[in-house]
Design a protein. Structure first.
Length: 105
Protein backbone atom coordinates (compact mmCIF):
# COMPACT_ATOMS: atom_id res chain seq x y z
CA UNK A 1 0.00 0.00 0.00
CA UNK A 2 1.37 3.42 -0.98
CA UNK A 3 1.40 6.42 1.30
CA UNK A 4 0.29 10.00 0.76
CA UNK A 5 2.00 12.34 3.22
CA UNK A 6 0.32 15.59 4.25
CA UNK A 7 2.51 18.22 5.90
CA UNK A 8 1.77 21.28 8.03
CA UNK A 9 3.57 23.18 10.77
CA UNK A 10 2.37 21.34 13.86
CA UNK A 11 0.54 18.30 12.51
CA UNK A 12 -2.73 19.13 14.24
CA UNK A 13 -5.17 20.36 11.61
CA UNK A 14 -3.56 18.21 8.93
CA UNK A 15 -4.33 15.11 11.00
CA UNK A 16 -8.06 15.82 10.67
CA UNK A 17 -7.81 15.97 6.89
CA UNK A 18 -5.55 12.92 6.69
CA UNK A 19 -8.02 10.90 8.79
CA UNK A 20 -10.87 11.87 6.46
CA UNK A 21 -8.79 11.14 3.36
CA UNK A 22 -7.67 7.79 4.74
CA UNK A 23 -11.30 6.84 5.41
CA UNK A 24 -12.28 8.01 1.92
CA UNK A 25 -9.51 5.90 0.40
CA UNK A 26 -10.57 2.79 2.33
CA UNK A 27 -14.27 3.33 1.59
CA UNK A 28 -13.52 3.66 -2.13
CA UNK A 29 -11.06 0.80 -2.51
CA UNK A 30 -8.05 3.04 -3.09
CA UNK A 31 -4.72 1.45 -2.23
CA UNK A 32 -3.35 4.39 -0.22
CA UNK A 33 -2.66 5.18 3.39
CA UNK A 34 -2.87 8.89 4.18
CA UNK A 35 -0.71 10.28 6.96
CA UNK A 36 -0.58 13.84 8.28
CA UNK A 37 2.42 15.10 10.18
CA UNK A 38 4.35 18.13 11.32
CA UNK A 39 7.17 19.46 9.19
CA UNK A 40 9.67 18.69 11.97
CA UNK A 41 8.89 14.96 11.73
CA UNK A 42 8.97 14.44 7.98
CA UNK A 43 12.70 13.99 7.36
CA UNK A 44 12.92 11.12 9.83
CA UNK A 45 9.74 9.55 8.48
CA UNK A 46 10.91 9.75 4.86
CA UNK A 47 14.18 8.02 5.82
CA UNK A 48 12.09 4.90 6.51
CA UNK A 49 9.15 5.27 4.11
CA UNK A 50 9.00 6.78 0.64
CA UNK A 51 5.58 8.32 0.11
CA UNK A 52 3.94 8.30 -3.31
CA UNK A 53 3.19 12.01 -2.85
CA UNK A 54 3.86 14.87 -0.44
CA UNK A 55 1.08 17.43 -0.05
CA UNK A 56 1.74 20.78 1.63
CA UNK A 57 -1.00 22.48 3.67
CA UNK A 58 -2.04 26.00 2.56
CA UNK A 59 -0.92 27.70 5.77
CA UNK A 60 2.66 26.49 5.15
CA UNK A 61 2.73 26.80 1.36
CA UNK A 62 6.06 28.61 1.78
CA UNK A 63 7.51 25.15 2.57
CA UNK A 64 6.73 23.93 -0.94
CA UNK A 65 10.11 25.03 -2.32
CA UNK A 66 11.97 23.25 0.49
CA UNK A 67 10.15 19.97 -0.14
CA UNK A 68 10.33 20.25 -3.92
CA UNK A 69 14.07 20.84 -3.76
CA UNK A 70 14.76 18.12 -1.22
CA UNK A 71 12.39 15.38 -2.45
CA UNK A 72 10.92 16.53 -5.77
CA UNK A 73 13.29 14.48 -7.93
CA UNK A 74 11.89 11.23 -6.50
CA UNK A 75 8.60 12.15 -4.81
CA UNK A 76 5.98 14.46 -6.35
CA UNK A 77 5.24 17.51 -4.16
CA UNK A 78 2.05 19.59 -4.46
CA UNK A 79 0.18 22.24 -2.50
CA UNK A 80 -3.27 21.44 -1.11
CA UNK A 81 -6.07 23.65 -2.46
CA UNK A 82 -6.97 26.21 0.21
CA UNK A 83 -10.75 25.90 -0.21
CA UNK A 84 -10.70 22.11 -0.06
CA UNK A 85 -8.42 22.23 2.97
CA UNK A 86 -10.61 24.79 4.73
CA UNK A 87 -13.74 22.67 4.43
CA UNK A 88 -11.82 19.41 4.88
CA UNK A 89 -13.04 18.07 1.53
CA UNK A 90 -11.33 14.69 1.58
CA UNK A 91 -12.77 13.65 -1.78
CA UNK A 92 -11.37 16.66 -3.65
CA UNK A 93 -7.97 16.54 -1.96
CA UNK A 94 -7.72 12.80 -2.63
CA UNK A 95 -8.61 13.36 -6.28
CA UNK A 96 -5.93 16.05 -6.52
CA UNK A 97 -3.46 13.59 -4.95
CA UNK A 98 -4.36 10.84 -7.41
CA UNK A 99 -4.09 13.28 -10.33
CA UNK A 100 -0.64 14.42 -9.17
CA UNK A 101 0.59 10.85 -8.68
CA UNK A 102 -0.69 9.85 -12.12
CA UNK A 103 0.90 12.91 -13.73
CA UNK A 104 4.16 12.37 -11.84
CA UNK A 105 4.24 16.06 -10.96
Amino acid sequence: MAEILLVDAAGMSISMLSTRMDKYAKDNGLDYDVLGMADAETDEHIKHTTPALIMIAPQVKYMYAKYAEKYGATIPVVNINMMDYGIMNAKNVMQAALDAIEAGI
